[in-house]
Ligand binder design. Structure first.
Ligand SMILES: Cc1ncc(C[n+]2csc(CCOP(=O)(O)OP(=O)(O)O)c2C)c(N)n1
Ligand SMILES: [Mg+2]
Length: 315
C-alpha cells in the first residue's frame, strides 16, 4: 500500500476527487463513445490518473501546463471545468475550444492551460517558451511541459532540455511514461533511459505513476526546485495504460498486462486514506456519488449546447 510522510487530508482527498473525475468520465466515455455522440478521437487516461493528480496538487492557476494528445487527465487535474471538456468532446460551442479542437486541443487560460498538441512532442518547446516568459515577468510562476515517453524521441525534446538548462528557465518537464507509443513498447522506440538523458541537463526525479502519493512526493520536490531556484527539473512517472491507445476499448497487448486491482491508483489512495483515518468508506462513496452527479450535469450541459454554425468567425 502507498504511504506518504507529509501529506495533509485535504491534499489526499483533492487528489482522490480529481482522479475519480478522470476515471468516472472515462468510464462514461466507454459507454457513450460507440453511440457516436462525441465528435472527436479520444485518448483515455484510465490507469494513469495519479500522475497529473499528484503533480497538479503543487501547481496554481497561474502556473501554465502544456499538454500532448492525451489531455483529459492533466487538463481536468489542472482545473479545466468538466462541462467545458465534455462539451468539447460533443463538438459544441460551449466547449473549452469552442468545438474547434476536440479532445486533443484544449485551452483554458483561466486555469493555466494555454494549449495542447496532437503532434507528438509538439508542445514541449512551447512550455519552455512559457518559462522564458515567466522568467522575464519575474512573477514566481512556473511552466510544465507534459508529454509521453515517445515524445522523447523527437529532436525538439533535446533542444528544449538544452535551452531550458542553458538559459536557466523555470520549467518542469514531466514524462508520463506508460511504456508505449501506440502499440510499440518503449524498448523498441528508444535506445536510452529517459532520465539518463535528462540528468545531463538538470536534476531528475522518478515516481511510481500508479501511486498518487509517490507522485505527490516527487512532484512536490521537483516543483519546489523549479520554484525556488528558477531552474529546470525533470520528473518521470512510470505508469500503465489500461485502454487501447485511442478509443473506448480495453487494451489487449501481451506486452502491457494490467492487473486492475493491483495497478489501480484510485484503489491505492482509497486504501491509504482509510487506513490513515483521513476518510471512511461512507465518505469515499459520497465522493464517488458526487462525481457521478457532476458528470451527469456536464453531459446534460453538453447535450443542450449548440453546435457551431458554419459561418461563425468569432475565435
Ligand atoms: C510527430 C508525430 N509522429 C507520430 C504521430 C502518431 N502518434 C500519435 S500518438 C503516438 C504515440 C505517442 O506515444 P507517447 O508520446 O508515449 O504518448 P502516449 O500516447 O503513450 O500517452 C503516435 C506515434 C504523431 N501524432 N505525431
Ligand atoms: Mg507512451
Amino acid at each position: 500500500m502507498a504511504s506518504a510522510d507529509s501529506i495533509k487530508r485535504e491534499q489526499a482527498l483533492w487528489m482522490l476527487r480529481r482522479m475519480r473525475v478522470v476515471r468516472q468520465l472515462s468510464e462514461r466515455i466507454v459507454e457513450l463513445y460507440p453511440t457516436d455522440v462525441m465528435e472527436t478521437p479520444v485518448h483515455l487516461c484510465m490507469g494513469q490518473e495519479a500522475v497529473s493528480a499528484g503533480l497538479c496538487c503543487h501547481l496554481t492557476d497561474d502556473d501554465v501546463m502544456l499538454l500532448g494528445h492525451r489531455t483529459h487527465g492533466p487538463a481536468l487535474s489542472k482545473g479545466l471545468p468538466l462541462e467545458k471538456l465534455v462539451a468539447e468532446l460533443y463538438g459544441r460551442t460551449t466547449g473549452c475550444s469552442k468545438a474547434r479542437g476536440g479532445s486533443m486541443h484544449v485551452f483554458d487560460m483561466e486555469h493555466g492551460l494555454p494549449g495542447s498538441s496532437a503532434i507528438v512532442g509538439g508542445s514541449i518547446a512551447v512550455g519552455v517558451g512559457a518559462a522564458l516568459s515567466a522568467k522575464m515577468r519575474d512573477d514566481g510562476t512556473i511552466s510544465v511541459s507534459y508529454f509521453g515517453d515517445a515524445a522523447t524521441n523527437a529532436g525538439v525534446f533535446y533542444e528544449s532540455l538544452n535551452f531550458a538548462a542553458l538559459k536557466k528557465l523555470p520549467v518542469l518537464f514531466v514524462c508520463e511514461n506508460n511504456g508505449l507509443s501506440n502499440v510499440m513498447p518503449q524498448q523498441e522506440h528508444s535506445a536510452y533511459e529517459i532520465l539518463g538523458i535528462a540528468s545531463q541537463f538538470m536534476p531528475t526525479y522518478r515516481a511510481d505513476g500508479t501511486d498518487a502519493l509517490s507522485v505527490f512526493s516527487q512532484a512536490g520536490a521537483a516543483v519546489s526546485h523549479v520554484r525556488e531556484t528558477g531552474r529546470p527539473a525533470f520528473l518521470e512517472c512510470k505508469t500503465k495504460r489500461w485502454m487501447k491507445h485511442q478509443g473506448h476499448e480495453a487494451d489487449d497487448l501481451d506486452i502491457n498486462p494490467v492487473d486492475r486491482q493491483k495497478d489501480c491508483p484510485i484503489a491505492k489512495l482509497e486504501a491509504f486514506v482509510q487506513v490513515s483515518g483521513m476518510a471512511n468508506a461512507r465518505e469515499l462513496r459520497a465522493i464517488r456519488d458526487e462525481v457521478e452527479q457532476e458528470i451527469n450535469a456536464a453531459i446534460e450541459f453538453a447535450e443542450k449546447s449548440p453546435y457551431p454554425q458554419p459561418k461563425a468567425q468569432e475565435v
